[in-house]
Ligand binder design. Structure first.
Ligand SMILES: [Zn+2]
Ligand SMILES: [Zn+2]
Length: 76
């Protein structure tokens, strides 16, 4: 058995290794849009898998905007 803590399921199937982590194959899908992801062909944020585009790109954009806004706020 393989034990997957994120979904608290046991699986007979070997985990998929991607981005240096072991993923449960049925769970290797984008957290945002539920698109099925392939090992090495996705991004990770906060321990959750995301598709590179558009979801991870969107996350990066959000961070960028937040950083900019904070910078402006701090500057005043
Ligand atoms: Zn799982
Ligand atoms: Zn996605």
């Amino acid at each position: 058995f393989w034990w997957f803590s994120h979904c608290e399921k046991r699986s007979y199937r070997e985990p998929v290794t991607s981005l240096g982590k072991d993923w449960h194959r049925p769970c290797l899908k984008c957290e945002k849009c539920s698109k099925t992801l392939t090992a090495g062909g996705h991004a990770e944020h906060d321990g959750k898998p995301y598709c590179n585009h558009p979801c991870y790109a969107m996350i990066l954009k959000t961070w960028g905007n937040t950083g900019k806004n904070q910078h402006i706020v701090n500057a005043y």
